[in-house]
Design a protein around this ligand. Structure first.
Ligand code: UDP
Length: 466
């Protein structure tokens, strides 16, 4: 019997992107994959790829297994109800996962790959005697920050005694001298509320990670070697197989899983980009979940317009609170028509790889950060919550491929940062981003660290026993 992996992502765009890429890589290496997905997300995937309803060229090798998430059909499932979704999924999914793992047919699973936040998988996999790998689809630096939290709490460093957000944290190797209070995940600000479901989820995740057979990360050695070394002290078996989208491109001969997007892409922005000068366009997007206030929307728009830069803006429905559809004053409308393009969802990887794009104003989600690094595009980081606060600090302070706008959203600051990245320090940032892009490419190429870790992962999965 061949290897058969059950992959169980969080029902969110970012993790689904990553895990579908991993699924495709496993299928390319003759490993069968069952992809557990909530019915809600499955419907959205089918809808967004309307022309070709998620056909794959793998036949029997790949299949979706849609399951209920336990929430009512008409539940909004926005980021504001994330804890509710996790609680509901945490009740609905375990019996289903258990049944799938104890199945005795020819195709019974030989390994589970679950998102690190789905901690119920630890006990279920152990009971069924099926090996479990956790895949943490956020950045290793954010995961290492999470792993340091219990120690910081124990040492009395957390909660912070004063609210000087610019003070550096202590007692956290590889984070000292880099991270200030304001760079920690958003739930660490002020008093930590241990009854906050988000805090509970993260602390549980930290506790469960070492109980798995290994951890998978979407990163590459050159980018994250120091934090990976720290994580290895607690969880020795790590597979750093990123950037996954670049690794997949190196491995596949054509596109197999035809779309990983739960939104419908508007490709008109590509022909608009075709008519713009090289490196002249700022790409603006806050990902699939973040919501900005109306005031912040206008600060960022004014700042971008005042910078004089051309821009491509993703205005995802619902991404501006209380402003749908967005009504824009005349002077901004004119500038948008003259030098801007707006879409509701973009083919982001293709946009970032386009020669007309020269900068990315991003919310610093981990997928967006990696996609920008691979494309060699400098970033202006406007993090909103959780790991994004950590990622933006590493972009600005450690990797030096952009600027961290953290905690300020003011049109003057936005204008200044856009000018810095698109004009004043353009060559310096592009040069640095190119170095990172080359390092990422080398890691997924022949003999590269991520390619080697993928080979090891595939061998281990094929030979796995508990
Ligand atoms: N994305 C996209 N089109 C858009 C905006 C985002 O395809 O217009 C994709 C992007 O390429 C990335 C994912 O959505 O792979 C967002 O993931 P990320 O981790 O950056 O942020 P999240 O949405 O999870 O906050």
């Amino acid at each position: 019997m061949g290897a058969h992996v059950l992959i169980f992502p969080l029902p969110l765009q970012g993790p689904i992107n990553c895990m579908l890429k991993l699924a495709e890589l496993l299928c390319l290496h003759q490993i069968k994959v069952t992809f557990i997905i909530t019915q809600h997300i499955h419907r959205r995937l089918l809808h967004s790829s309307h022309a070709q309803p998620h056909s794959t060229k793998y036949g029997d090798s790949f299949r979706f297994n849609p399951i209920p998430d336990g929430l009512p059909h008409d539940h909004p499932r926005t980021v504001f109800e994330f804890s509710e979704l996790m609680t509901s999924l945490g009740a609905a999914a375990p019996p289903i996962l258990h049944q799938m793992l104890i199945s005795t047919d020819d195709h019974s699973p030989t390994c589970v790959v679950a998102d690190g936040l789905l901690t119920f998988a630890t006990d279920i996999a152990a009971q069924a005697r099926v090996p479990l790998l956790y895949f943490d689809t956020i950045s290793p630096s954010a995961i290492w920050t999470y792993m340091c939290l219990p120690k910081l709490i124990q040492a009395g460093d957390l909660p912070f005694k004063d609210d000087n957000q610019d003070e550096y944290i202590r007692n956290a190797p590889e984070l000292e001298g880099i991270m200030r209070h304001r760079d920690l995940p958003s739930f660490c600000r002020g008093a930590i509320d241990f009854t906050d479901p988000q805090v509970d989820l993260v602390l549980k995740q930290v506790h469960h990670m070492p109980l798995s057979q290994g951890l998978i990360f979407n990163t590459f050695q050159r980018l994250d070697a120091p934090v990976l070394a720290q994580i290895r002290n607690l969880c020795p078996n790590i597979y750093a197989i990123g950037p996954l989208h670049a690794l997949l491109l190196k491995n596949r001969t054509s596109c197999y899983i035809n779309s990983t997007s739960i939104y419908q892409e508007d490709r008109s922005c590509i022909s608009w980009l075709d008519n713009q000068p090289a490196r002249s366009v700022l790409y603006v997007s806050i990902g699939s979940l973040c919501v900005m206030t109306k005031e912040n929307f206008f600060e960022v728009l004014h700042g971008t317009v005042n910078s004089g830069s051309r821009f491509l803006w993703v205005r995802r429905p619902g991404s501006v609170a209380g402003l749908d559809p967005v009504e824009i004053p005349n002077e901004l409308s004119r500038a948008t028509e003259e030098r801007g393009c707006t879409v509701s969802w973009a083919p982001q990887q293709e946009v970032l790889a386009h020669p007309a794009v020269g900068g990315f104003l991003t919310h610093s989600g981990w997928n967006s950060t990696l996609e920008s690094l691979v494309a060699g595009i400098p970033m202006i980081c406007w993090p909103h919550y959780v790991d994004q606060q950590v990622n933006s600090r590493f972009v600005g302070e450690v990797w030096k491929v952009g600027l961290d706008m953290k905690d300020s959203c003011d049109r003057v600051v936005v204008e200044k940062m856009v000018r810095e990245v698109m004009e004043v320090r353009k060559d310096e940032f592009l040069e640095r981003a190119k170095e990172m892009s080359e390092a990422a490419e080398a890691s997924v190429g022949e003999g590269g660290s991520s390619a080697a870790d993928l080979d090891r992962l595939i061998d281990d999965i094929k030979n796995m026993k508990l």
